[in-house]
Design a protein around this ligand. Structure first.
Ligand code: GDP
Ligand code: MG
Length: 210
């Protein structure tokens, strides 16, 4: 690889963007500061943030940016019912996926949320790691979903509601870009230098001592 290609690759890796929503339960649990602190402490840079009450249309669009999402969630959910010894509400993944979507729309439109864009090295995977697995019952201790909420698919499904898991975080860089484009206008993303990034990755380490 030429030096130019390497330096472009390093720049794009260092500046990956991901999209996060603090969901209505995160706001009601007064965890805004805690959630932001966790991503900020990782060393990521926040480049966009706003508060909004999502419309049903926006919530629906958000979850169906991937046209396969309804089917995938439906399939996952049917397997989940079976593993718990329960009978799924339908054998059709699309029907079950739409049911999950309907509950999510009810949840996401119930109050204000905070939407954010975080930028930095491996932002997508590092934010997912800090966020934890989808189901709080099994998400790791030390993650946001593992530390601040108790909920399970079992209880949520029996209640016919969405699982409460405080935050949404993009699953891949492609998903992140689609979600950022949905929630933000181009000029709402601020381009600025974060001084600590220069220290983190200072190759020569010659900028500290006077
Ligand atoms: P995330 O990226 O970790 O938030 O998870 P997904 O994108 O796979 O799912 C988004 C949301 O759909 C989750 O936060 C859940 O509310 C819901 N969901 C996902 N998978 C299941 C499932 O297997 N069963 C049920 N009941 N809900 C699910
Ligand atoms: Mg997801």
């Amino acid at each position: 690889m030429t030096d130019k290609i390497i330096s472009n690759l390093v720049e794009s890796l260092k500046n990956e963007q991901t999209f996060v929503i603090i969901k209505p339960d995160g706001i009601q649990r007064t965890l805004i500061g805690e959630v932001i602190k966790r991503y900020e402490s990782l060393g990521l840079k926040i480049v966009a943030l706003k508060m909004a009450v999502p419309t049903a249309d926006m919530a629906k669009k958000h979850y169906t940016l991937d046209p396969e999402w309804i089917r995938k969630v439906g399939e996952k959910s049917i397997i989940g019912y079976r593993n718990k010894g329960l009978v799924p509400p339908s054998e059709d993944p699309i029907e079950v996926g739409n049911k999950v979507l309907g509950r999510l729309v009810r949840y996401m439109t119930s109050g204000p949320v905070i939407v954010m864009v975080w930028q930095g090295p491996h932002a997508v995977s590092i934010v997912r790691k800090m966020t934890g697995g989808t189901e709080p019952l099994t998400s790791d201790v030390g993650t946001i979903r593992g530390d601040f909420v108790i909920d399970s698919y079992q209880i949520a499904d029996l209640d016919d509601r969405s699982i409460r898991n405080i935050v949404h975080a993009s699953g891949s860089p492609e998903e992140a870009q689609a979600e950022i484009n949905l929630w933000f206008k181009k000029d709402e993303l601020i381009k600025y230098r974060l001084i600590q990034h220069e220290l983190f990755y200072d190759v020569n380490l010659d900028g500290i001592l006077e």
